[in-house]
Ligand binder design. Structure first.
Ligand code: PLP
Length: 493
């Protein structure tokens, strides 16, 4: 079951890269993913191949992952629960999948991989395993999955203000930790922002945490599909991520790292698989001896296909090589940012203020190098929901609009000046929202080029269709076009 990294049959890909007579070095090919030829119907008539530019929410399925899952499916059997051949086979494959993920993450001797449902589930699991009295330090800029579990689990949570540079992030953490009383401490930090795409100074934060005796968990949901994440090299204690952002949307996630807190904690879920021995007690109740390995927190029949798919994606990305993936992604992100730079009404959101060029490189190059392929922006005169609806309905492009489950971060980025004007799509009383475009290993150049052209045309000419607000979302007005005489476009503001 080896991975094929053969070039994808990408419709409309601009892979020639020839400008005049001078050949521009070709980009590495995208990895083959499903869905590139799904037709998206347009309100204006006809259809276009759907351009999935919402990888940060859920990435398309890697073709190799799909093929491996399909090849395994006839051999599916219960895990850790059967004497039969397929049960034995599936149990072995489940444990091999665990080992593959551990290798992919560079786990240290003694670390373990627990299969969960998602990043949210992984972080809630860790929150449930905190030693009594743990103080958790978390930046307000985190995704809600990393922001909220600690307080909900009853831990004292210290919310740190949004830093405006990687250095300020380390300094802010240092001053919070230096003022903290003795006792167990945990820092939770993202590897790459799901809003700005900016990469966080994980090594520096981990070193700072450890200097003050704190543990650190990395929310790698947005980093792991784009950059190598090596627990040992980064110096973090745990890593959490989701299969559906790693081209393996079969309902599994991962928490990997140190075992001591996990083994000392009550099982995350009580039930079969997590319990080694159960007997009626003398008091009439039941006495339980819990498992101590990863099974302790994996009660119930495990998601075999999900775990296998995550391992398959880990293998595929390792075989493709992150150097290749990163080279392609940085170039596509540069192209995206350079295209948006040409539209003066567009403001790209950045927490760390990555606006300066790097001497020889362009501003877009500098900004592409310090983020994964995730870019959020607002457009003067447009409500973000309206723009996202028009990108979908008129250009077949799927992006996300809103607050991206990171309300305090988007609030800090847009501040009071973030009020959009365009009428359609602004939920009652809510003026803060942005558009997020995100790409990854399977993104063809054509998707980026179509997106840039669409933003340019929409901002310059307005939408070709009328839209209205329905349940807080902007949707195309049913029944007929609403072209303005003379322009063929609907004015935006
Ligand atoms: C940075 C980050 N952390 C956590 C999550 C939560 O992931 P999931 O919804 O897969 O649990 C997301 C999802 O978008 C995310 O972007």
């Amino acid at each position: 079951m080896s991975l094929s990294v053969a070039p994808a049959p990408v419709s409309g890909s601009l892979s020639a890269h020839v400008s005049g007579s001078a050949a521009v070095p070709a980009l590495p090919e995208p990895l083959p993913v499903l869905g590139l030829d799904v037709p998206a119907p347009l309100v204006t008539g006809g259809e276009l191949p759907y351009a999935a530019l919402d990888y940060a929410a859920s990435a398309p399925v890697l073709r190799s992952v799909w093929d491996e899952v399909a090849a395994y499916a006839p051999y599916y059997g219960s895990v850790h629960r059967g004497a039969g051949y397929l049960s034995q086979h599936s149990t072995a494959l489940f444990e091999r999948s665990r080992a593959t993920v551990a290798r992919f993450l560079g786990c240290r001797e003694g670390d373990e991989v627990v299969f969960t449902r998602s990043t949210t589930d992984s972080l809630n699991l860790l929150a449930s395993a905190l030693p009594a009295g743990t103080r958790v330090f978390v930046f307000e800029t985190e995704h809600h999955a990393a922001l909220l579990p600690w307080q909900s689990a009853g831990a004292t949570t210290v919310f740190l203000d949004a830093p405006r540079s990687p250095r300020e992030a380390v300094e802010t953490l240092e001053s919070a930790l230096s003022a903290a009383p003795d006792g167990p401490k945990l820092v939770c930090v993202t590897g790459a922002s799901n809003v700005t795409g900016e990469i966080w100074p994980v090594r520096g934060l981990a070193a700072t945490a450890h200097r003050y005796g704190a543990r650190i968990v990395l929310d790698a949901a947005q980093l792991v599909p784009h950059r190598p994440v090596h627990i040992g090299e980064l110096g973090v204690d745990w890593v959490a991520f989701s299969g559906h952002k790693l081209y393996a949307p079969f309902g599994a996630g991962v928490l990997a790292g140190r075992t001591d807190w996990l083994h000392a904690a009550e099982p995350y879920l009580a039930g079969g698989g997590a319990s080694r021995k159960v007997a009626r007690g003398t008091d009439g109740g039941v006495e339980v001896e819990w498992q101590s390995g990863p099974a302790r927190h994996e009660a119930g029949s495990p998601n075999m296909i999900g775990a296998y798919a995550v391992a398959s994606a880990c293998r595929a990305l390792s075989e493709a090589g992150f150097a290749r993936l990163e080279a392609r992604e940085v170039e596509l992100t540069r192209r995206l940012l350079a295209g948006l730079d040409e539209v003066p009404q567009v403001e790209v959101l950045s927490l760390f203020g990555d606006d300066e060029g790097t001497g020889t490189g362009s501003r877009a190059e500098a900004r592409a190098a310090c983020r994964v392929g995730v870019v959020s922006f607002v457009v003067a005169g447009w409500n973000s929901s309206h723009l996202a609806a028009a990108l979908s309905a008129e250009y077949g492009i799927g992006v996300r609009d809103g607050l991206f489950c990171a309300h305090p971060l988007v609030g800090a980025l847009l501040g009071a000046g973030g009020g959009d004007t365009g009428g359609c799509g602004a939920p009652e009383g809510q003026s803060l929202n942005a558009v997020r475009v995100s790409l990854g290993a399977g993104t063809p150049e054509e998707h980026v080029d179509r997106f840039v052209r669409a933003v340019r045309e929409l901002v310059r000419d307005g939408a070709r269709w009328r839209y209205r607000t329905e349940d807080g979302r902007c949707v195309p007005e049913p029944g007929g076009t609403a072209h303005e005489p003379g322009t063929g476009r609907v004015p935006t503001a």
